[in-house]
Structure formats: C-alpha cells, structure tokens
Design a protein around this ligand. Structure first.
Ligand SMILES: Cc1ncc(COP(=O)(O)O)c(C=O)c1O
Ligand SMILES: N[C@@H](CCCC[NH3+])C(=O)O
Length: 433
C-alpha cells in the first residue's frame, strides 16, 4: 500500500523486540518460538499492551476537544480485543448486525456505537433501533426512507448521521479509497443538501451528526483536514437549517507503518490536530461538536503478527521460493492489494541476504506474502514473523482449500492466552451436509 518497496527493514514498535539473551524475537518479552511450539503455526499473535498504547495515543490526540473513539471493529472483531477496548472506554463503528451483536456482547454501550455501511438490511436497521445505538450513518436517499418507515412503525425517533462524500483524495490504494466521487460510499453533498429539509421536518428522524470516511491507510493528515473542513461547513448549514447536530464523525483511516513507506507518516497527534483544524476551517467551532473517530487499523494493526514456519525452500533457476505454512488464507492483503508486510526470521541465520518469493501452500499463483523480498538464509523448520497483521489479518481469513482457521493468541503481561483454538479439519465440514 502506498509506495511499494523491497526494503527488508521493519517498522518500529515497542513490543516485537529482539531478545539478546535468547537470540530471538520476542513479543512483550515472550519468546516467539515458545508460542509456536506450544500453539503450532500459523498463528496470529497480539500484544494487549500495544493495543492499549494505540488506543490511549489516539484518544489523547483528540484532547482537549470533546470526543469519542469508535473502534472500527472490522479490522479485528475478536471478542477479547473488543472486551479490552471496551474496558478502556472505546466505542465501536459497526458495519453489520453481526458486528453490532458482538460489540454489545463485549460490553460496548449502545450510546457509543455507530453503524456505517451502504447496504443495511431492514432487520439490521430494526436491530439498531431496538438496541438504541448512538447513530445510524445514512449512505443513500432510499436508506433514509427505510429508516424512517421502520422508526415510525416502532414509534421511535431514529438518530442518524449523514455520511457525506467530500470528494477528497486520501492518497491510498484505490480499493480502499472511499471519499472520492465514483465510489459507492456516502452521499454526494448536493444530495445531502437536498434531503436536509425533509429530514429536519421528519418526526421519525433526528439528524445528530455529519460523518465522512475518506479511506483507509490514508497518505497523510492533510486530506483528513480538507475533508473535515468540508464536512464541518456542511454541519454548520445543517445546524442553521434547524438540525440538532452534536457530532462530527471524521471516520477512520489513520495509517500505520508497514515498512515500505518512502517517508514516515505524520504521528497520530497530527491526525487529531488535523480534525480540530478542519472544524475551525469549516467555520463550525461555535457548534461545540463532539468529534467521533473510527480508527480500525491504527488501533490493532501494529499490535499483531503472524508466526509461520518454513516448509520448503525451493531453488528454481534464479528464483528462491520460501514456502511457508501461512498463506493468503491467513493474510489476504498482499494478494488483494499488493500490500507490503515486513517478514523477519524469528532467529536470524548468518549469511547473504538475497531475494525470495515468500509464498503459501494455497493453489493460486496470487498466493504470496512477499515477492522479491530481500531475506537472509532460511531453512525448513525456521520460524518467520509477518509483521503488522493485527488489522485485516485474521479478520479477512478464509478457509479456502479446506484450510482450518489459524490459532490466535494474545500476550498480556508476561503470559499469553489462546483466544482462538486452531480449527480442526472436522470443524470445516458444512453444517447440514
Ligand atoms: C466507515 C468506516 N469507518 C472506519 C473504517 C476503518 O478504517 P481504518 O481501519 O483504515 O481505520 C472503515 C474502513 O475503511 C470504514 O469503512
Ligand atoms: N481490508 C482493508 C481495509 C478495508 C477498509 C474497510 N473500509 C485492508 O486490509 O487494508
């Protein structure tokens, strides 16, 4: 994502660190080979302390403004991660009835949950209204009709926010740009403007916020500021038209360092500051809006890695294939977006660094974790760590090729806990077959 490179260096973090005494990589002081031996590979490993640090840093970046951090749980909806974030005070951004169910089950209060998505079913809208969530984010004109009708039927007022498309380039991979014209997300500003009078007059709707989400892994804080300035100016128009606007939701998209960036991203403080600056530029400072943000990747991405073992090293002509037991089934991002993830041996061997394709066992040419990647010598049985996979790793896992879902473990303090047992082949057999 962003500029693709072939650098072998690793993004900085405080939790995956080389343990000099043991001569291997450790996560929060726990040797990765111990985890691999006990749990097997491939396995997703997460650092609870890293998740907590990320949450606190994002939260602090928005202070002193009134704000709410709604974790975009699509990045990693594991119940233990949700519970951890709930205990720290996070809300949630959900995109389905299933995610809403999991967020509530993890103890996230309904008034801290927002519901985004272009295709909410009637049942999902009814569920959100029954649960009394903070706001349903409206993404199309017909969706407003449906929400209004369901609210009327129930005799309730639906709290909504309009997700507008500010047409700002987020400087990211085209598959995950969401706030430019031509994508399916959000309402064009002129449509939102046209709908305003009927929303304000409706007794079934309460327009409590304006939202945007310009994309994921955005290329800097400036596009966020530009988008927020547009959204804030529209929030002001809505308030002047009589809507009880109390929130500006700036979406998520805060980037992490994967290791192939040409230049480091601005620190998260800059993203919080950009949102505050955007509100001022949009002339909405006097509205005293609560800032809502929906980061997913930034909360969990760097906290996780995938442990994988080398199955075979295959030399073919000038090519070196390192075939490992993880695949696109555990990490789809390289296959789907050509995304870069740093991959490092848990125990480094001496020798020349040469290029290798690091690939999985899945029967697809596109099943690769890295192409032409500089890598020191590795042998069958060696452990590798794939970095920065806490977001959109396990969350996008599939069982393609009848591959059971991998184990997941979380390190808390000086111990680790298995939070998903490795599936067994029997678990894959279709129910009802
Ligand atoms: C509406 C919405 N909010 C938040 C996010 C989270 O994005 P990220 O993980 O990049 O922070 C997404 C995904 O792009 C999204 O669609
Ligand atoms: N799955 C994407 C991000 C999707 C963002 C959701 N709107 C990724 O791995 O980067």
């Amino acid at each position: 994502m962003g500029a693709k490179g072939t650098r072998a260096d690793v993004p900085p973090s405080a939790h995956f660190v080389h343990d000099e005494d043991e001569g291997e990589l450790a996560i929060d002081g726990m040797g990765l080979s111990t985890i691999a031996e006990e749990v097997g590979t491939p396995a997703h490993v997460y650092s609870a302390s890293a998740i907590e640090r990320a949450y606190r840093a994002i939260d602090a970046s928005l202070a002193p403004a009134k704000h709410m951090v709604c974790y975009a749980m699509k990045a990693n909806g594991h119940p233990e991660i949700l519970r951890l974030l709930a205990s720290l005070g996070a809300g949630a951004d959900v995109v389905s009835g299933g995610e809403l169910y999991w967020a509530l089950a993890a103890g996230i209060p309904p008034e801290r949950i927002v519901f985004s998505g272009v295709g909410k079913s009637d049942a999902e809208i009814a569920y959100a209204l029954d649960a009394g969530i903070r706001a349903i984010h409206v993404e199309s004109e017909p969706e407003i009709d449906v929400i209004e009708a369901i609210a009327r039927e129930k005799g309730v007022t639906a709290r909504i926010a309009l997700r507008v498309n500010p047409d700002v380039d987020p400087v990211t991979h085209p598959y995950i740009a969401t706030g430019i014209h031509g994508t399916k997300f959000g309402l064009e500003l002129d449509v939102a403007r046209r709908l305003l009078p009927r929303i304000v007059e409706s007794d079934g709707l309460e327009l409590e916020g304006i939202a945007c989400h310009i994309g994921s892994q955005i290329g800097g804080a400036k596009p966020l500021e530009d988008a927020v300035a547009i959204v804030a100016a529209f929030a002001k128009e809505c308030a002047e038209a009589g809507a009880p606007i109390r929130a500006l939701d700036a979406g998520g998209g805060w980037p992490i360092h994967y290791g192939d960036e040409d230049a480091p991203y601005a620190p998260w403080n800059a993203f919080g500051a950009a949102i505050r600056a955007g509100i001022e530029r949009g002339g909405a400072s006097d509205l005293d809006l609560e800032i809502v943000v929906e980061p997913g990747r930034a909360m969990v991405g760097d906290a996780g890695g995938i442990l994988t073992r080398v199955l075979y090293v295959k030399e073919q002509g000038t090519k070196r294939f390192v075939i490992v037991d993880a695949a696109m089934t555990e990490l789809l991002r390289p296959s789907l977006y050509g995304a870069y993830h740093a991959i490092v041996p848990v125990r480094a061997r001496e020798g020349d660094v040469t290029a290798a394709d690091i690939v999985g066992p899945v029967c697809e040419t596109g099943d690769f974790l890295a192409l032409d990647r500089p890598l020191p010598p590795v042998q069958r049985g060696d452990l590798l760590l794939i970095r920065s996979t806490g977001a959109y790793g396990a969350a996008m896992a599939t069982r393609y090729n009848a591959r059971p879902l991998a184990a997941e473990v979380i390190v808390e303090g000086d111990a680790y806990r298995v939070i998903r047992e490795r599936e067994r082949v029997e678990d894959l057999y279709p129910r009802g077959a």
